[in-house]
Design a protein around this ligand. Sequence first.
Ligand code: PGA
Length: 243
Amino acid sequence: MKKFIVANFKMNGSYTFTRDYFHHLTAECTHHVIICPPYPYFTLVAEYITVHRNAQTFPHLQLGAQNCHNSSAGAFTGEVSAPMLRDFTCTYVILGHSERRTLAQETSELVCQKAQQALQADLIPIICVGESWEEREQGKAFETIQRQLQESLPAEAANLMIAYEPVWAIGSGRTATQEDVESMHAFIRSCLKDHPYPILYGGSVNATNSQDILSYSHVDGVLIGGASLKIHDFNTILEGGKK
Ligand code: PGA
């Protein structure tokens, strides 16, 4: 079954890194692969994506962004709107990543406004939710996720994706156990009622564990930070993992 593999470069890379990355992206993959580079490399990545798609090595390769603003235009110095992203053949946008919720104090309400903007611009929001270690320790993981889902998701959105990313698993090398992932994904699925939105897992996914995680029940894909920057590892993940 086709899954979603999302690469979140965060604020990493350079012109040379990005060019070399695509020259070495040699894996053949039938999954939906979404690359989310920093804004300055959008044009470059969009060009490489077209080349790969034309060569049929990656029929389902798409460009994604890491954020957008909650207005479509205006006096918002330093910001980028959803329609601008769409102009660059961008199809997806990550919203509410825990780094933005923490470092930029983004609330779920703001994430919901951004998601509405994204949907209006014909982008598919990838809405991140995740509990902190303290919340998990206090037995509040499910309650936290339910609240974030209720407050971050626009009502009746036709198309979006959820990424469950336990904050303590991001960039830490600690992945959630199979039981933790499957029970939380089943819970998220029940919260979504009849909406068939794909649910991705993120948090220290790498070449060794990606194949197992993608086989867990209710896991429709993965959101990968650190390991997506290592082209050898990313090729391995795309080819099925664990070489
Ligand atoms: P990580 O990051 O794979 O480096 O843990 C995941 C993310 O932040 O989306």
